[in-house]
Design a protein around this ligand. Structure first.
Ligand code: UD2
Ligand code: MN
Length: 349
């Protein structure tokens, strides 16, 4: 009762004024609280995604470089801008230095860990796996790594490069190797986008974006050897981009194209059967330099390719990702790429 006395007096004198003041301050407090919550909402919405995306690389970085006090803590980052401010304007003329060494390319790309990179200051808009079929083209691979790593970093992508090496000396099978690449890369991470990339094609223009679109994308309109013109209507070779679902929907590439030619047209037929439409960047952007080469031994022209192509609408459901059998001989996580060596068998006859 002793405590109530002064309060009761105030109440008696100006209880309405007092009540009014109290309500005002309570209202002001509530408004302030909800304002802060609203300001924070987009950040907390973006956080879980950023953490999931960066997780595997961050763990690797920690394991490789960190002492306990240097652990890289997962921080909430803003999404990277729609157009990277790092892109260079226009196409560049590329040259290839025969004296280039792997060690130099490695030391130029210290932010790449086991073939993987993500921007440090923003969260990439897509996570992209670059798949490169390969056998015996070491020099081309070196030139490509030298140009492609900085190019992809300027595009502010979260990416990893996978080289899929065909073991043995049976006839080469580019398409099957790319199916293997897709299946193996997905064991590492749930990549949004896949770029199927020849080892000898080097992009000339930073605005040729290695992102996936709503439709499958063909990134090579032209190259130096063909006057930078589309080789033929429907051409879908060299470098193509399909997202995870698009490639799954067409059941990937056929596994049955051994030797040179046809497998890229087969993929186009699969895409068209699904009523998807191939898109291409403008010709001044989708430009490549192809490192000069002759036809490799072990990759002779596939004489069966036209017959196979005619059967695609009948067989695509059974021939592709769901029937791709192979044996992984080794998987090495090298500084600049993941090296997957596979036994993919040989042609039936
Ligand atoms: C064209 C297409 C290519 C593919 C091929 C027919 C372009 C720019 N490229 O390439 O996408 O459709 O025709 O199969 O139109 N490779 C090796 N070692 C070998 C053989 C091939 O690594 O022994 C790989 C390598 O990544 C190479 C790719 O397969 O870039 C295509 O082979 P290519 O370069 O000999 O054929 P090309 O230039 O006619
Ligand atoms: Mn080539």
């Amino acid at each position: 009762m002793g405590f109530c006395l002064p309060v009761c007096k105030v109440f008696r004198r100006g209880k309405y004024l007092f009540l009014f003041l109290i309500s005002l301050s309570v209202l002001a407090w509530i408004a302030n609280l909800s304002g802060e919550t609203m300001k924070e909402a987009p950040v907390s919405f973006a956080t879980p995604q950023a953490l999931v995306k960066g997780e595997s690389l961050r763990e690797k970085l920690n394991a490789l470089t960190a002492t306990p006090d240097r652990l890289i803590t997962p921080a909430a980052k803003e999404q990277c801008p729609e157009e990277s401010p790092l892109l260079r304007k226009g196409a560049v003329k590329l040259s290839f230095e025969s004296s280039l060494k792997l060690k130099d390319v490695e030391s130029d790309n210290k932010a790449v860990i086991e073939g993987e990179f993500e921007p440090s200051d923003c969260t990439a808009r897509q996570s992209v796996a670059i798949l490169i079929p390969h056998r015996g083209r070491e020099k081309h691979l070196l030139y490509l790594l030298h140009h492609l790593h900085p190019f992809l970093q300027r595009q502010q992508l979260h990416y990893a490069i996978y080289i899929i090496q065909q073991a043995g000396d049976a006839t080469f099978n580019r398409a099957k190797l790319l199916n293997v690449g897709y299946l193996e890369a997905l064991k590492d991470y749930s990549w949004d986008c896949f770029i199927f990339h020849d080892v000898d094609l080097v992009p000339e223009n930073d605005h040729n974006l290695y992102f996936c679109d709503k439709q499958p994308k063909h990134l090579v309109v032209g190259r130096n050897a063909t006057g930078y013109k589309l080789r033929y209507k429907g051409y879908f070779g060299g470098v193509t981009a399909m997202n995870r679902d698009q490639f799954f929907q067409v059941n990937g590439f056929s596994n049955n194209y051994w030797g040179w030619g046809g497998e890229d047209d087969d993929l186009r037929v699969r895409v068209e059967l699904q009523k998807m439409k191939i898109v291409r960047p403008p010709a001044d952007i989708a430009r490549y330099t192809m490192v000069f080469h002759k036809r490799d031994s072990g990759n002779q022209i596939n004489k069966d390719r036209m017959r196979l192509l005619g059967r695609t609408p009948l067989v695509w459901r059974k021939d592709g990702l769901n029937s791709c059998s192979y044996k992984t001989m080794s998987l090495e996580r090298l500084p600049l790429y993941v090296n997957v060596t596979v036994d993919i068998g040989k042609p039936l006859s």
